[in-house]
Design a binder for this molecule. Sequence first.
Ligand code: DGT
Ligand code: CA
Ligand code: CA
Length: 586
Amino acid sequence: MEISNAKLAKILRNTAAAYTIKGTGNLFQIRAYENAADNIEHSTAEIQDFWQEGKLNQVSGLGESLRGYLDELFSKGEVRHFEEVKKGIPKIFFDLLDIPGVGPKTADKIAKMGVSSVEQLKKQLKDGELVKMGLSDKLAQKILQGLQEVSQRGNRMLLPYAFAQAEKILNYLQKCPDVLQVHPLGSLRRMVATIGDLDFSASSNSPKKVTEHFCRMPGIARIIDQGENQATVVLKNGLQADLLVGKTDAYGALLQHFTGSKSHNIKLRILANGKGYSLSEFGVKKVSRGQVTGYSQKTETEEEFYRLLGMDAPPPEIREDTGEIEAALEHKLPDLVELYDIKGDLHLHSNFPIKSPSHAPGVDSMEDMVKKAKELGYRWVGISDHPLGFTTSTPKEMIKWVQMRTKFIQNMQSRTKSIRVLNGLEIDILGNGTLSVPDEALATLDYCIAGIHSGHRGSKDEITKRLLSALNSPHVDIISHPTNRLLNERDSSDALWDEVFKLAAKNKKLLEINSHPMRLDLRDDLVRMAKKYGVKFIINTDAHMVSQMDNMLFGVSVARRGWAESKDIVNTWDWTDFAKWFNIKS
Ligand code: DGT
Ligand code: CA
Ligand code: CA
């Protein structure tokens, strides 16, 4: 039986929720299940593959007992212990947990009101029946909004997962002796935040043999379409893959066509017609008096293809018909930022000791994160832990903790020669726009990141006010993940972005482009809009463990999709300019 990562995460979350409402598990155990579910969901490789290869111990966040249960699950299809924990709880309870904003306690309450299906829930919420039965009006609205989000949510993969899956298929295709070249294309090549299906091109002198090889790939659930030079398959994990095979002399046209986007291609086709060409995935032909003459133009590379149309080749990330065709015709394409340009990361969470943190701390030590930054060739690195909880600590305790941490970092700075270590925090922008840490403590930091970590579903006005208020604080340098979206989970918050960008530019505050695969926030379209106001950005990973520091590539892709150049991104600048921006004495 095939058990996807998503399904596995759901099984663990269901068990944790069952423990919660029955009151049988301890908090530590419930946390362990939830953390394991998070890790599994974000894993780019299939956990079942690890199990098959006897490597479950390589999956981070799985203790010995959980590994035992997963072994039972993969070999028998269910876990006796999990079934016992869930015994007596109605199915509707677990269905309700899939709605954003509904946790175990709310699900239990609704199930006990006699609601038997999600459809019925929708109706009873709209009719106001549940409110009459005692559900708060606010909660009812929140659940309705969650239901709305679920119905709009598509079945799209996160970029790193798509990357990892594409790599496997690519390796397989390269084994075919008839393949000359092979490339992953479509939205993956354009680095879109979420990917619908995977697209591949190959060049070959025997296309049919390549499509046959493709359709023999292990793990295929069904072949949707198989022709001489194209095929579409669905894999057992639900993923769809398309392949187009062409000849070498027109491979540039194939690469271009299958990279898209669709709107870029449509605009290009009209442009080509005006210049006497007809475009297709098979090549470029000359058209004379409305008739295709049959004469094919040689387009071995994409550059050749675009040159035929009198233009430069736009970077794949900006092929969305939002001005790149016009810019390419005028030879004025932007010089987009590259991963190679990045010189540091300022948003990292360590496991520095803390009694009651405001949000989940990191799992690795500051020393290990600094070591990784050196390996990445960075010139500076900043640790920005969450501080103590605002409601669970006094200002005095907060100041004391920040002082202790500052001393620790200063000590580390004095011992570290090959990289600069900076002292930051990621603090909360509270509901009323004030900050969660007293100014006295903030004044001792090298930099301060502020973000909204609660009340994301507030009104456009509320969110705008909170952001503007933080942008007016002299202590805040960076606004983290400004829209607070979580891909496939939570939509972007609404705000008057013109106002936010105007103030960020005026007060010289940075907007973060967060590289976490579920965030990719600020979004590409908003990066482009902010840039027009003169806003500067910083690309950070928000890593909670060393391995996540490799996510920088995804943030850089967002910046590229937003037409950002290295001059727009402060962490590509030289140390002198960077330090000057932050007022750090170098
Ligand atoms: P996805 O899969 O939803 O993440 O997005 P894409 O961009 O990968 O779209 P997909 O897989 O449907 O098609 C791959 C590329 O093929 C697309 O980016 C451009 C090209 N293409 C697909 N449909 C059309 C079409 O109707 N007209 C033109 N001109 N090109 C198309
Ligand atoms: Ca696609
Ligand atoms: Ca496709």
